[in-house]
Ligand binder design. Structure first.
Ligand code: ZN
Length: 205
């Protein structure tokens, strides 16, 4: 049995469920909550509630939004003829931080991973294909990770997009093999975006 009170134990358990947080860190965070000012921590809990209640995913691209469609999709200065396809909203945010990309996005919410039972139907691929047809899209940038699942997904997408006659490029240049978009630095990402390579027909025989 632990020496913590019930609520402290519950708080530690909550922190332990966060990605990358082990038992020790969870304890430290719980003690921080205990010692911090009531005002700060009440603000913290209300912000969590607000995020859970107000933030949703843009119905066009999958970006985070507090309205039906996100600020990027609503921005008339963004080039709607270029769509950068990413795995998760965190990848979109990372590319957005580079400040160099002026097109729009499409979040798949995952990658094809047969071992985990995730096939193309589980991802937002149908939505992507209909956007390409509807919005006169000229270029698709595939920005999946360069691991096996990322490559499989990029290959599947390029095979399905090819017949729609749009330019397809892949950013993998500069991203180490097995590299995760989350871990690459801004300079590497900008190089990857600017040095993006067209997907050749060898992928699509
Ligand atoms: Zn959007």
């Amino acid at each position: 049995m632990s020496a913590y009170t019930k609520s402290m134990q519950e708080l530690i358990e909550c922190f332990k469920k966060m990605p990358g947080i082990g038992a020790k860190t969870a304890e430290r965070m719980a003690f921080h909550v205990l010692k911090a000012s009531s005002e700060d921590m009440i603000k913290f809990s209300s912000v969590i509630r607000k995020v859970k209640e107000d933030v949703r995913f843009c119905k066009i691209c999958g970006n985070l939004s507090e309205a039906e469609t996100c600020s990027i999709c609503n921005d008339s200065r963004r080039d709607k003829t270029i769509i950068c396809v990413v795995e998760e909203p965190t990848d979109l945010i990372l590319i957005e931080k580079s400040g160099r990309y002026k097109g729009v996005y499409h979040v798949l919410f995952g990658v094809i991973s047969p071992l985990d039972g995730i096939g193309p139907e589980e991802l937002r691929i149908k939505e992507l294909l209909s956007r390409i047809k509807q919005d006169k899209v000229k270029e698709i940038i595939l920005a999946m990770d360069s691991n096996a699942e990322g490559e499989t997904t990029a290959l599947y997408l390029s095979e399905n997009i090819q017949p729609l006659k749009v330019k397809i490029s892949r950013i993998a240049y500069g991203i180490p093999v097995g590299g995760n978009l989350d871990y690459i630095d801004q300079a590497t990402l900008i190089r990857a975006l600017e040095g993006r390579l067209p997907v050749s027909n060898r992928h699509c025989s």
